[in-house]
Design a protein around this ligand. Structure first.
Ligand code: MEV
Length: 425
């Protein structure tokens, strides 16, 4: 019998990069080659296969967020990000959430939408009727375009057709092909299917198909996360837990009603989400587009999370957003670090990956709100920022920590001061 692995990694923060990588390699049973990929990353030759006009690679730090328990299972979370405090914030929030039993998550089937825009139609309602009457023929044709996905249980599921009576170019039909893309992100599959259907759509409607492309508002492919924190878990310094619960709910309220705050609130959520999306080689622009368009779905841009106090005084948070991510295809299986990141996560399906990512987004939002609603974020931020300032001023080795500590102690986290300190050594 194997023991369930714990994502609690006490002292991890204080280790060297190599020591941390060794721990993660043992945790995830990485091979020597996979362990080496953490250090070496993408080669120029591999990069040259991925995009055009390659002149090099551009690396980001890869950190590990600890403490995550999701649906009763522990995960280590690889995060690729340049911003200090994000990995620490996620790990910290996940440790708090553990005290309430961890995150619970769910998701829809991995359904993506491809749009076909039909113009030059005199009788759009009749054309809509004809398209819907031919639905099975269209779905069958869409299924011929990717037999592999169909053999894996995916494929075309539905056709929806909207009439747009007025547009700058007159009436239009917008047909949505709903397609289950299983463990792929799905962009190629959906775009291929939409292009293949276009001639038949034109024949049936008598119109002309203009665009044939997936929609990044992937509102049929949602991931959700929830956490329940006992008030005691939130107590710290001079802040009783019940007060922190109330302050977090108040802080959330502004994001719920005000787009100016909602943008920043959601940016904090995306700090966590993008970092895992990037680490696993997924398309973070698609995820960003989906998240923000979903946040505006009511016509007014709002928070992606909710925070409430339940009848027992616990803090309850939820997050729901579209997450079009895959574990096959694209960079997920080409980029050596992305492959290792997926192995560290140990996710078996794209849905599981999406759910883990949603939990990280919720954790990130909790970390930000807890700090913002109490002591403010600058203290914690400054400690990490001070190291970057020290490096920018020319500090290396042990001097980085030494200069950073002095900058924070003096409350003068500034480049000129860091240079002065270094000059005096
Ligand atoms: C900074 O990257 C993210 C925060 O601004 C998020 C927030 O305000 O909720 C701290």
């Amino acid at each position: 019998m194997t023991m369930a692995k714990s994502s609690r990694l006490p002292g991890f923060y204080d280790l060297s990069v190599a020591e941390r990588a060794d721990i993660v390699a043992r945790w995830a049973e990485l091979t020597a080659e996979e362990r080496a990929a953490l250090k070496e990353g993408l080669s120029s030759a591999q990069a040259n296969q991925m995009i055009e006009n390659v002149v090099g690679t551009h690396a980001l730090p890869l950190g590990i967020a600890a403490n995550f328990t999701i649906n009763g299972r522990d995960y280590l979370i690889p995060m690729a990000i340049e911003e200090p405090s994000v990995v620490a914030g996620a790990s910290f929030a996940a440790r708090l959430v553990r005290q309430g039993g961890g995150f619970s998550t769910s998701s829809t089937e991995p359904l993506m939408i491809a749009q076909m825009q039909v113009v030059d139609i005199a009788d759009p309602w009749a054309a809509r009727f004809e398209l819907l009457a031919a639905k099975q023929r269209l779905l069958d044709l869409a299924n011929e375009t990717d037999p592999l996905i169909v053999s894996l249980g995916g494929g075309a599921r539905d056709l929806e057709v909207r009439v747009v009576p007025e547009s700058p170019v007159g009436p239009m039909l917008v047909a949505h092909l709903i397609y289950d893309c299983r463990d792929a992100m799905g962009a190629n599959t959906l775009n291929t299917a939409a292009e293949a259907l276009a001639p038949l759509v034109e024949e049936i409607t008598g119109g002309r198909v203009v665009l044939r492309i997936l929609s990044n508002l992937a509102d049929r492919r949602l991931a959700r996360a929830k956490c329940v924190l006992p008030a005691e878990a939130l107590a710290f310094s001079r802040y009783p837990g019940s007060l922190v619960v109330e302050r977090i709910v108040e802080a959330y309220a502004l994001a719920a009603v005000d787009p100016y705050r909602a943008a920043t609130h959601n940016k904090g959520i995306m700090n966590g989400i993008d970092a895992v999306v990037i680490a696993t080689g997924n398309d973070w622009r698609a995820v960003e587009a989906g998240a923000h368009s979903y946040a505006a779905r009511s016509g007014r841009y709002t928070s992606l999370t909710t925070w409430e106090k339940d009848g027992d005084g616990n803090l309850v948070g939820t997050l729901e957003l579209p997450l079009a991510v895959g574990i096959v295809g694209g960079a997920t299986r080409v980029h050596p670090t992305a492959k290792v990141a997926l192995k560290i996560l140990g996710v078996k399906t794209a849905r599981e990956l999406a759910e883990v990512i949603a939990a990280v987004g919720l954790a990130q939002n909790l970390a930000a709100l807890r700090a913002l609603a109490t002591e403010g974020i600058q203290r914690g931020h400054m400690e990490l920022h001070a190291r970057q300032v020290a490096i920018a001023a020319g500090a290396t080795g042990e001097m980085v920590e030494k200069v950073a500590r002095q900058l924070v102690a003096e409350r003068r986290v500034r480049l000129d001061r860091a240079r002065e300190i270094l000059g005096r050594q």
